[in-house]
Design a binder for this molecule. Structure first.
Ligand code: CP
Ligand code: NVA
Length: 312
């Protein structure tokens, strides 16, 4: 079998992601039923003896902890390389790092800036490479998001999603998921901050409807899922001008009232209350952000199992 890399959702495809979500639901339920402590391995420990190396060139809480706990629960172990204290930080190439790690560990997860770097790593690694976020995309987050909305009763095909705010990496992966699972995304975004059109074109070609809108209320109207994220992503310049442009897209209670009464609110976190979302919404009854955060763990386990050829 070819080495499986997970750089974007399309690397696995819709059927494999559906299998990941289904396995995550089963494993989550089985652990709950067995009353296992978080550090204990699942009964089958399918990744016993495997080691995941995690490279962080940007900060992380959820991705770091969820991958670490995920591989432990699957019976394996992990190690963390910090971008600045490894030789990567002194200019050793991505290609050489990939070759060396491939001789010592069983899989690599990397969080970095330029997406071309992770593509370079995948070209030179002989073990699976997993995208823990780049400037372009955040596929692991979206596996968790899909799992979360499904658990909360949303049937993906034909569902309506509203994204409010910056056209960023998380949105790109949502748009990619829309193409794979045939749901529609209305993007409320100010001029100059639109998502990369490549993702929209790919999703449209697969039958999803991706619509850019300037009016936030129109974007949210009738939505099943309302999503936002920080207005200034890691590595972005930001500034007063951007914050001002984003303000009309803040997710407020009155904006949520435009969506379906059953609509769920998602945010990948970390959040900036009173910027992209009010405290009333993020801490309110429609918000499912803590389930979403927990589901990073369950989703990561499925991504690892897929990468090792045990799923999909
Ligand atoms: N949502 C997410 O990826 O969080 P971290 O930056 O904490 O990993
Ligand atoms: N868009 C955010 C997501 C953080 C998990 C960023 O890239 O900083």
């Amino acid at each position: 079998m070819m080495t499986r890399h997970f750089l974007n959702l399309s690397d696995a495809g819709g059927d494999a992601i559906a299998a990941m979500i289904s396995d995550a639901i089963d494993r989550k339920a089985a652990r709950l039923a067995a009353g296992l402590p978080r550090g204990a391995a699942d009964k089958d420990a399918p990744l016993a003896g495997r080691t995941l190396a995690m490279i962080f060139e940007k900060n992380s809480t959820r991705t770091r902890v969820s991958f670490d706990m995920a591989i432990r629960q699957l019976g394996g172990t992990s190690l963390i390389l910090d971008g600045s204290t490894s030789q990567l930080g002194r200019g050793e190439t991505i290609a050489d790092t990939a070759r060396v790690l491939s001789r010592m560990v069983d899989a690599i997860m990397i969080r970095t800036d330029d997406h071309a770097k992770i593509e370079e790593m995948a070209r030179h690694a002989t073990v699976p490479v997993i995208n823990g976020l780049t400037d372009d995309s955040h596929p692991c987050q979206i596996v968790a998001d899909l799992l979360t909305v499904i658990e909360h009763g949303v049937a993906l095909p034909g569902s309506q999603w509203a994204w409010l705010g910056d056209g960023n990496n998380v949105l790109h992966s949502i748009i990619e998921a829309a193409g794979l699972f045939k749901f529609d995304v209305r993007v409320g975004v100010p001029e100059g901050y639109e998502p990369d059109p490549r993702f929209g074109a790919q999703a449209s070609a697969r039958g999803a409807t991706i619509t850019l809108m300037r009016d936030a209320a129109q974007a949210a109207a009738g939505a099943d899922v309302v999503v936002t994220d920080t207005w200034i992503s890691m590595g972005q310049a930001g500034g007063e001008e951007k914050l001002k442009a984003m303000m009309p897209y803040q997710v407020t209670a009155s904006l949520m009232a435009q969506a379906k009464p059953t609509a769920k609110f998602l945010h990948c976190l970390p959040a900036h209350r009173e910027e992209e979302v009010t405290a009333e919404v993020i801490d309110g009854p429609q918000s499912v952000i803590w389930d979403e955060a927990e589901n990073r763990l369950h989703a990561q386990k499925s991504v690892l199992l897929w990468a090792f050829g045990l799923l999909g």
